[in-house]
Design a protein around this ligand. Structure first.
Ligand SMILES: *Cc1c(COP(=O)(O)O)cnc(C)c1O
Length: 454
């Protein structure tokens, strides 16, 4: 065994004090958000009716490479960061691979995922602006939980629209949010105009992320002292999540290791965008080369089968248009247990990097993901979130490929969270009842037909 430790932590003094904005080093910048009515780029003023002021500045800033992390946020980060960089010695041994495997574990906080990194930042800027509270949507529940924690810490009100099917299937997630003081409403609801419209058009619907976003935005824009916050997709969220990549880079430098392949699951793209940010920066500046792999579910294949086009982020079509790899805002993925990966679109920043061939993407089937999750839980001890397990699956495939070719690659993946609230999914897998629905080209055509003309 080498002298590389199982876990590499940074000292508090070594923790990053700035976020890194990868857009500053991109030659082709991500396309701007457009006003859905005029099809013109959204101005800071227009965005400020929905989002907090400083977050709008971050959203629109394509040129500043490093942005200071405010002291209050650094203090909060210290409660659960740095997260460990782990050398997966046990997994390497079990796979009998010459590859070296590392992962960055983001599940060591009550919300159980990386989402807290951006939740605290967004809540901080809302507080600083003197707002009373924020609204948001949550699907699987991780984002809503993270935001509830951040709002409780700062004394802000938090209104969460939770996709109805999750609200009913994950009562404990809901109770965690309520314990942190959040107001949780199942979506679609009759508390908003857009919710009523959706319910009229689709009676009995169990909701979707797109519907919940529409409701949360409506409440934010119609309630004095409130703004809307989003847990993924946006540039600002990728910026905050760069803490994951920056810590990883610092830890790798500390042990003198350079990863060859960097793998992450991709829902809206925030953990992946954050994980790869400083490494991608080096690639963009021609200083180093890395292979980046985005992993998505075969049931919701935005990168691998989507179109690179302007689209709505929500079902109610009230949000700005974003240029992204998308399946169409009307696309409803089949019941897949990785709730955090069910969004129809992908971050504009990652979409541009993918279109510029700086990054690869693969789609994997649900049962193979849970096989990897089970293997990982038994070998490395951590019970992973279904979302995170997409990255595990591809990291294992890569390590097995190295076994065939004899390559001693260094594989690095993001382990975004724990799966304790996903035991219904694990139960289905254990009982052999898990299915793999892959949309047909005809299914996808329905979503593409709803793309707006720009
Ligand atoms: C939300 C979530 C994801 C996916 O979201 P991204 O914005 O693509 O990172 C992945 N893993 C976990 C555990 C999540 O909660």
């Amino acid at each position: 065994m080498s002298n590389i430790p199982y876990k590499t932590y940074l000292e508090e003094s070594e923790m990053p004090k700035q976020w890194y904005n990868v857009r500053a080093d991109m030659k082709n910048k991500p396309a701007p958000l457009l006003n859905p009515a005029t099809k013109k780029p959204m101005t800071a003023e227009e965005l400020s009716t929905v989002f907090c002021k400083e977050l709008v500045e971050q959203e629109l800033d394509d040129t500043t490479a490093y942005i200071d992390i405010p002291d209050e946020i650094l203090e909060f980060y210290k409660m659960y960061r740095p997260s460990p960089l782990v050398r997966a010695y046990c997994l390497e041994k079990a796979l009998d691979t010459p590859a070296k495997i590392y992962y960055k574990f983001e599940g060591n906080n009550t919300s159980g995922s990386h989402k807290l990194n951006s939740a605290i930042a967004q809540a901080y800027y809302a507080k600083k602006q003197g707002l009373k509270g924020v609204t948001t949507e949550t699907g699987a529940g991780q984002w809503g939980t993270a935001l509830s924690m951040a709002c409780a810490y700062l004394g802000l009100d938090c209104k969460v629209f939770m996709v109805k099917v999750s609200y009913e299937q994950k009562p404990f997630r809901r109770e965690v949010m309520r314990t942190y003081g959040a107001n949780v409403t199942p979506s679609p609801s009759t508390t908003t105009e857009v919710g009523k419209k959706i319910l009229e058009a689709h009676p009995g619907t169990t909701g979707s992320l797109g519907c919940a976003i529409s409701e949360a935005v409506e409440v934010a824009t119609h309630t004095e002292g409130y703004r809307y916050v989003l847990g993924s997709v946006l540039n600002q969220v990728l910026l905050h999540q760069s803490i994951i990549g920056l810590e990883s880079k610092a830890a790798f430098d500390k042990i003198g290791v350079k990863p060859d392949v960097i793998i992450g699951c991709a829902g809206g793209g925030s953990n992946l965008g954050g994980l790869i940010a400083p490494f991608m920066g080096e690639k963009l500046r021609g200083e180093n080369d890395y292979e980046f792999i985005a992993v998505e579910p075969a049931s919701c294949p935005s990168f691998t089968r989507g179109k690179f086009a302007y689209d709505f982020c929500d079902t109610g079509m009230i949000c700005p248009l974003a240029k992204m790899y998308t399946l169409g805002s009307g696309f409803i993925p089949s019941a897949n247990h990785a709730g955090g990966l069910r969004f129809h679109g992908m971050s504009s920043t990652l979409s541009q990097l993918y279109d510029d061939k700086l990054m690869k993407a693969v789609a994997v089937e649900q049962t193979s993901v849970f096989e990897a999750a089970e293997k990982f839980a038994r070998i490395e001890g951590i019970l992973p979130a279904p979302e995170s397990s997409h990255a595990i699956k591809v990291a294992i495939d890569e390590a097995l490929r190295c076994k065939e070719t004899g390559e001693e690659k260094t594989i690095f993946f993001g382990l975004t969270g724990t799966g304790y609230f996903d035991m219904v999914a694990y139960q289905k897998f254990n009982d052999g009842e898990m299915t793999d629905y892959i949309p047909t080209d005809e299914d996808l055509a329905v979503g593409f037909a709803g793309l707006p003309e720009v």
